[in-house]
Ligand binder design. Structure first.
Ligand SMILES: *Cc1c(COP(=O)(O)O)cnc(C)c1O
Length: 355
């Protein structure tokens, strides 16, 4: 049966590399778990690296984790029917509507809680967010709310519009944050500068006031999301898909009359985004898919047999959709060699205090 192979050692390694990269610049790493549906085993593994605050866009992913020692930020504005569950489950959320924030304040009051929020500013992504010139007004309205703690400002890039952030953006973000702080007298504890698309900029420039990044895709796929190219120091294959050959038959291409050897495997459009699957280390071609089957041209290679498995790498949507499926088996793997490197990593990271 088709299954997901989740290599916890590789995920831990990627997390350690990213964490070290960010810590050197005094930036906090918040792993974004929506592409792995807040998988419990993945969270436990990230705990080993000292990561205990996570973000997801779906409340139902986080609800089962409510009573753990971890804390959560909800990334997406939630439905009115979810406000109570939101305050109960998440320490923090990203908000963009004053009416909602006022309601969350009432709910938090009735629960005897304080709820932390960050205001999302629409910079140039064109998805959610308030406009920069409304920020001061929002802050002034929110500060008197006794059960809302306005901890920061969040920015987002490349979720809807694929325009990468630049050094000019960083400079202007600083100006906006400084201006709002001096207008309102309120200090923002967190400046959440964006997602994986900020990482290339982090590598060669200073991110100024940004002290948090919300990282999903680069953590689990090891790629630079501004170019879609793998980052050499990270694993690109932390999570792969394995599907089983159900049938092998000779067929004929209708257009050309050419013969080919076709295999069918047990994954289809209902399971994932099939056009983002790529066979790993097989010289074969994906011909297409129906709801439950994927058709492959084996390129004449006659050593494949029914029952063999084919491994696929997953694009971001393919990964997110697969992890969303409860019926796909999850096979958690470890790798002894990488484990050894991971153990060594902690030593290296602390070498400054060794005597
Ligand atoms: C998905 C998401 C992220 C993470 O984005 P990646 O590109 O996967 O790092 C960060 N912030 C928000 C608001 C998101 O929706």
């Amino acid at each position: 049966m088709a299954q997901l192979n989740i290599n916890l050692s590789k995920i831990e390694y990627n997390a350690r590399v990213l964490q070290q990269m960010l810590t050197r610049k005094h930036i906090h790493l918040t792993p974004v778990l929506k592409s792995v549906a807040s998988d419990q085993r993945v969270i436990e593994r990230l705990n080993k690296v000292g990561l205990t605050h996570f973000a997801d866009s779906r409340l139902n992913h986080l609800t089962p984790l409510r009573d753990t020692d971890n804390t959560f930020t909800l990334l997406r504005p939630s439905r009115a029917s979810e406000y109570k569950a939101l305050v109960e489950t998440c320490k923090m959320s990203i908000q963009t509507e004053l009416s909602v924030i006022r309601e969350l304040n009432e709910i938090a009051a009735s629960l005897g809680k304080k709820h932390q929020i960050m205001l999302m500013v629409d910079w140039k992504d064109g998805r959610e967010g308030i406009l920069t010139y409304d920020l001061t007004h929002f802050v002034k309205e929110i500060l008197p709310l006794r059960h809302i703690n306005l901890v920061g400002i969040a920015f987002n890039f490349m979720c809807f519009n694929s325009i990468a952030p630049t050094e000019d953006d960083v400079a202007m973000m600083t100006q906006v944050v400084d201006a709002v702080e001096s207008d309102t007298g309120h200090h923002f504890r967190v400046i959440s500068g964006g997602n994986s698309s900020m990482l290339p900029l982090l590598m060669y420039s200073d991110l100024e006031r940004i002290n948090e990044l919300r990282i999903g895709e680069t953590l689990f796929r090891g790629i630079d999301t501004t170019t879609n190219v793998g980052i050499a120091s990270l694993y690109q294959d932390c999570i792969t898909l394995e599907a089983e050959i159900l049938e092998i038959q000779p067929r004929i291409y209708l257009e050309t009359g050419d013969k080919y050897l076709q295999a069918i495997v047990d994954i289809g459009q209902l399971d994932t985004m099939v056009n983002e699957l790529k066979p790993i280390a097989h010289q074969i071609e994906i011909l297409g898919a129906t709801s439950d089957q994927l058709m492959l041209d084996l390129k004449g290679q006659d050593f494949y047999q029914v029952g063999d498995t084919i491994h696929f790498s997953l694009g971001y949507s393919a990964l997110s959709l697969c992890m969303f499926q409860d019926h796909l088996e999850r096979n958690y793997e470890e790798d002894k060699g990488i484990e050894a490197v991971n153990r060594n990593f902690s030593v290296n990271a602390c070498s400054g205090v060794r005597r």
